[in-house]
Design a protein around this ligand. Structure first.
Ligand SMILES: [Zn+2]
Length: 82
């Protein structure tokens, strides 16, 4: 998944779900408050900086519907291409 800049400059983020860690990266499912597009907010406590990665609606729904555990971690790792 390529890193992208965010979609709507100045728009806020709506928190959807904490997805936990994958590959040492904290993943939070968020949604743009302006266009409702789903994004992954990625950050790590071990480095400064953070990034957002665009997420297809289907992938966002699937992640939100998957309970915490190995399945969700595997999906995150696939999405993040780690
Ligand atoms: Zn947007």
């Amino acid at each position: 998944m390529a890193a992208e800049t965010t979609c709507c400059p100045g728009a806020g983020w709506v928190h959807v779900a904490d997805l936990g860690h994958a590959g040492g990266i904290d993943c939070v499912l968020v949604r743009c408050s302006a266009c409702k597009r789903s994004w992954l907010h990625l950050w790590t406590p071990h480095a400064s900086g953070e990034r957002y990665a665009a997420l297809a609606d289907a992938a966002a729904l699937e992640l939100a519907a998957t309970p915490a555990g190995p399945d969700r971690k595997r999906k995150l790792l696939e999405l993040l291409d780690l």
